[in-house]
Design a protein around this ligand. Sequence first.
Ligand code: CP
Length: 309
Amino acid sequence: MMKLAKKDILGIQEMTVDEINLILETAESFLEISTREIKKVPTLRGKSIINLFYEASTRTRTSFEIAGKRLSADTINISASTSSVVKGETLIDTARNLEAMNPDIIVLRHSAAGAPHLLASLVRQSIINAGDGAHEHPSQALLDMMTIREKKGRLAGLKVAIIGDILHSRVARSNIYGLSKMGARIVVAGPATMMPRNIEQMGVKACTKLEEAITDADVVMMLRIQLERQKQNIFPSLREYAQHYCLNRKNIKLAKPDAIVMHPGPINRGVEISPDIADDPACSVILDQVNNGVAVRMALLYLLSGGNE
Ligand code: CP
C-alpha cells in the first residue's frame, strides 16, 4: 500500500493524484465505522490531537473531534476566544506552548493565509490546515471529491459548476486544485467583483452568469458569501445577489437531470440556495458531504500518524 509521505496537510495544491486517491480510498474504508453500534476502533489509542481554532466552525471542528474520538485518540479543543489569545499571546507562542505538551497532531483554522504553513515550519507536530483565510481548505475539498465520487462513480470528465464568492472562498480554491488534478472540467460563476483576476490561469472557465455555468453540469457547488472577508460592500444587497446567483427550482433545470447540488455550509438560505433545493433529497447531497467529512478527517489523522506503514 502507498504511504502518505508527508508531515503536514497544508493544501491540495501540493498534493499528487496518488495522494488524493490514497486519502479518498482510506476515507471510504472508514465510512463503515460510523455506522457501527460501537463507533470506535483502537487505531490511534495513545495519540493526542489538538484542534486549535481561531475562527468559528461547526462542521470542521466537530468532525475533526469526532474523527479523532472514533479512532480512540485524545482530542483537545481550543478556541481563540477562550484561550490566552485574548490576553495577547501570539500564534507562534501558543504553538510553542502546545508543542511543549507533546501532542501528535495540531489542526489549525486561522484567518491568515499561510498560518498553518508557518506553524508547520516551527513545530515538530503534524499540522493539518482546517482553513486559512481565503487560501485553502484541503479537508473540505477532499470530502467534496469523496462525495462526488460516491454519487457519480468518478471525477474525471464531469462538469462541475462552482458558483458565488470565488474571490474569498478557500473551498473554491482547494476544489479547483483538486478537481482539476482529478480530471474534472470546472466552470466558475459569480459577480465580477467576486471573481479573482486571472482565475482562468487556474485551468477553469469563468463567467458571470449562473445559468451559463450550470448548463449541463453534473455537479453544482454553491458557495457561501464570505461577508467576514469582504473589506467593502462588493454587491448592492443580498436581495440583488439572490436574484442573480441563488440556485432555485427554475434555474436548476439547466443542469443535467441527475445533477447533484453541494454546499460546504453554513448556508444562507434564500441567498445562495433556495430552501426547497437545499432540502431536496433528490438532488441535494449537503448532509452526505458532512457525513463524509468525518471519514475524510479520520483518514487524514490515520495517515499522518503513519497508520498505513
Ligand atoms: N464547511 C465548513 O468549513 O464549515 P464550518 O465553518 O462550520 O467548519
